[in-house]
Structure formats: C-alpha cells, structure tokens
Design a protein around this ligand. Structure first.
Ligand SMILES: *Cc1c(COP(=O)(O)O)cnc(C)c1O
Length: 473
C-alpha cells in the first residue's frame, strides 16, 4: 500500500500540470495549491480504504483527467453565466434582465475610467449623481422630478420613510402584495416606520373605504400594483383617477408602487393590459416607484418619479445615502433610458423587450435551428421533437399571460438517462443549461436562448447525455 502512495504526483508536479490547462492557468496560485492538496488527500483516503487498489488505477492517464475535472470544479468562479432555456424572460433567479449592448458598454466605461459621477463639468464643482438620468426620466414619464436608488424595494422604503414615518398610509387589502425574495408591503411599511392602515376587502375596495379611513394621522394613500397575481370574479378596485381626486381633496399624496414599470404600451402590442409609467403619472399619482431590471430591461435599480416638491424631500432623506445607486448601474441605466427615447429602437435593442415581443413564427424558426443543431451534435442521445408551448414574461409582470412559443422537446434515448438525471447533469455542465421538464421530456424554450448559444447548448447536452466517468473516486 505504501508503494501506492509513492505513485501519487508531487504537489508541484500536479500544479505544473494544471497550469497547462487553459481554463485554470489564471486561477490564483494559492487556490490552485489548495485544490491539488485536497485532491491528493482524496487519493490517499481512497488508497487507505482500498478503493484504489492497483498501480494501474494511479497511472497518469487515469489520474490526470480526474485531477483536471476536480480542479476545474473547485476553481471556477462561483458566479457563472448560464444558458436560460426556461422561456421565462425576466427570471429573477437567473439575473432578471440582460442589458442592451450600449448599456453594457456604458457600465464598462464607468468601471474602467474616472467619470463625472458627482462632478458638474459646466461649473467645475461638485454635482449630483442623479443629474445623469433625471432629465431623461422626466422626458420619458412626464414627471416633474426623478431619483434612482438601488432597487424598487429601496424606492418604496425610502418613499414611505420620507413621507409617512410615524403616520398612517392607507392601502387596499387587495393590494397587500408579497413578491419573491421576501418583499411584502406590510413588512416594508413597518420597516419604514409608517403605519399600515388596511381598508376594504380582499376582492373589493371602494372610494368610501379610503375616504372613511382618512384622519389627522393619515400621511398618504398608496396603491400597489398586484404584479404577480390577479383578483378575478366579483371585484372592485378604486381607479387611480378616483384616488388622485380623493388625495387632492384631502391634500394627501398618492403613492403608486408599480413594481415592474414599463414605458411601452403592451396593450397595443396584443399582450394584455399593464399600465405604463407615463400613464400613471398622467392619471395623477404623486410619487411612482418601479424596478429598472424587470420589464424595463435595464440594470437593477429603483426608480422614483413624481412631483418635484415631494421628490426634493426624498432626495434629502439621509437614508437615501444608504440606498444609493452605484456608478456602473447608473451608467447602464442612462444608456438604457436613452434607447427608450426612440421607442422603435427600444423594441429592437433592449433584450428583454425583444424577447417578450418575439413573433411566434420567428420562435418556430429558432426552435428548428436549435433542434437541427442538437440532432447534429447529440442526435444519438435524444429523440428531438418540436411542440407548441408557453413562455412567461416573469418578474411578476403579466402573471396570467402565456406567450405562445415552440419548444424543443428532448427524450433521452440512453437506458440510464431520464429527464430528471439529464436536468441534474445540465446544472453541473459548463455553462449550466437550465430548462424544464414537461410531459416527460426535457424542454428548451428558444425565446430566451440566443443563436450564439445554440452550439454550446448542443454540446453540453451531448456531454450530459453520456455521463462521464470523472467522479473523483
Ligand atoms: C418587484 C416588485 C418590487 C420590488 O422591486 P425590486 O426591484 O425587486 O426591489 C416591489 N413592489 C412590487 C409591486 C414589485 O412587483
């Protein structure tokens, strides 16, 4: 047995070996050394337990591929790109929106160079971080003033803390939303120090409910967009114009949390009704908050637009400093908003919009090309079929709306491969490929897969369908 130990490579020899592997050459040296030590420990344990019995199993042709596989897994960055074949466009777990190339470029420049982030180049003195996007936001939404923070949760918190701390905010029971990642209106309200005053019933709330709750303690009326659910049947919601009227009568601001804000009128495009930000501003909301990275298709940000005098107070809130947006995000946001100044261009260049608005026949053609690629690279491993299916907008927008698509449905032919084992193998692949299982087949939705990813997708599918023997021991 002790002879077997001597057959193991030295740490230095193993490191040298790994440095010839293209993906690992750039790994930090101390991490490379740790991975090698861990691998050799596993080898020694396997020898001690008799799992590595003969000298043949320690031959370099056997051991080195295992070392490569082990080190590859241990040393790759934790944050990795994935191929999103789920068809959910704004997939919060997979990074929500992808930036338009111009926005990504702007973020890169902001990160590599000094900038006028908070410097007024006309006056040669300290400037405002928000000046870069305020004018654009006002132009796009018709609002008097604008501010951006880290995300929409922060926007809601900051707005409530500024306008209603220690006082009451009236919200309909039908709008006490919880969205993923533990954002709940009652809890954010509590954190802001504002007191939630619920009115109405889950399915029906009337103007008289709001009016009856208004008192000396009232600071604001609030509406929350029921992003990820719909109340249907016997329902009544107070409209924004009705609420704005009530607010004006009592000199109370109306706050609207739009969730996934958008500038594009999707009704006209046949997708169903979602209010646009400009519409909500026009109908009399005093402060509107929405996300930058949901349907808007920009970077993670919380956007606040509304009446100048209220926004001035929000800007001056010291909490704002803790929630502020970073320079890369701000640069990407300005670039995204500039694209929106030309709506035609926005539909083409903003990936989120382009994916949501992709035509069914374009998706069928894409599915055919993806299927052909998979047949070519992994044809033996799968029965490949096309079938009609449904994609989702995601991010809480259009919750009840299916977007028609064509799925590439894969049935593994290998005896030991099931859709479930395939799914697991694809999560461990490089890059991971994420799809969904439907009717016993592993399905890929071409809506969220880019043509430039087809070859890679086919390749990881081919590998995942023929389980390799690279388990360490
Ligand atoms: C998504 C959403 C939020 C939170 O927005 P983030 O940008 O994720 O912080 C708040 N309110 C509503 C109604 C939402 O849909």
């Amino acid at each position: 047995m002790s002879q077997l130990y001597r057959l193991l490579p030295s740490v230095d020899a193993a490191i040298k070996e790994l440095e010839t592997v293209p993906g690992l050459a750039a790994a930090p040296r101390p991490m490379l050394r740790d991975a090698v030590n861990e691998f050799l420990d596993l080898c020694r344990a396997a020898i001690a337990e008799g799992r590595l019995a003969g000298a043949a199993s320690l031959a370099s042709e056997i051991l080195m591929p295992r070392l490569h596989a082990y080190a590859g897994q241990r040393l790759r960055p934790h944050f990795r790109r994935v191929i999103n074949a789920t068809g959910v466009v704004v997939h919060t777990n997979l990074g929500r929106s992808l930036l338009a190339p111009a926005a990504a470029e702007a973020a890169l420049v902001a990160s590599l160079h000094y900038s006028n982030l908070e410097f007024d180049l006309d006056k040669g003195e300290r400037g405002s971080r928000y000046s870069h996007v305020e004018e654009l936001l006002c132009r796009l939404t018709g609002a008097e003033a604008a501010l951006v923070v880290n995300n929409n949760a922060a926007a809601v918190l900051l707005t409530l803390e500024t306008l209603a701390k220690g006082r009451e905010v009236i919200v309909s029971r039908g709008q006490l939303v919880e969205i993923g990642g533990s954002f709940r209106i009652p809890e954010v309200m509590a954190k802001s120090g504002a007191i939630l005053r619920e009115v109405g019933a889950t399915n029906r709330t009337h103007v008289r409910d709001y009016a009856g709750a208004i008192g000396p303690e009232t600071a604001a009326l609030m509406r929350v967009h029921t992003s990820n659910y719909r109340i249907i049947g016997f329902t009544k919601e107070v409209t924004l114009p009705e609420m704005a009227l009530l607010g004006r009568e009592h000199e109370l601001p109306v706050i609207e949390d739009l969730g996934s804000g958008n500038f594009v009128d999707f009704t006209a495009l046949g997708l169903g009704y979602e209010p646009t930000v400009q519409q909500v501003v026009a109908e009399g909301a005093d402060v509107v908050t929405f996300s930058g990275d949901k349907v808007l298709g920009g970077p993670q940000a919380g956007i606040i637009v509304g009446r100048k005098e209220l926004l001035e107070r929000i800007k001056k809130n010291p909490l704002n400093r803790a929630l502020r947006i970073d320079k890369m995000t701000l640069a990407a946001l300005e670039a995204t908003l500039r694209i929106y100044a030309d709506p035609e261009r926005a539909r083409r260049e903003i990936p989120t919009l382009a994916m949501i608005l992709a035509e069914p026949k374009e998706l069928t053609a894409k599915a055919r090309r993806l299927a052909a690629r998979i047949r070519k690279q992994a044809g033996d491993a799968f029965t490949v079929r096309l079938k009609p299916g449904a994609s989702r907008v995601g991010g809480g927008a259009f919750p009840e709306r299916d977007l028609p698509t064509t799925l590439v449905a894969l049935t593994p032919t290998g005896r030991d491969v099931t859709p479930e084992t395939l799914r697991a193998a694809l999560l461990a692949a490089d890059p991971p490929l994420i799809g969904r299982i439907e009717d016993g087949a592993f399905c890929l939705d071409p809506r969220t897969v880019f043509p430039g990813e087809f070859a890679q997708a086919a390749e990881v599918l081919a590998q995942a369908a023929t389980p390799a023997t690279t388990e360490t021991f």
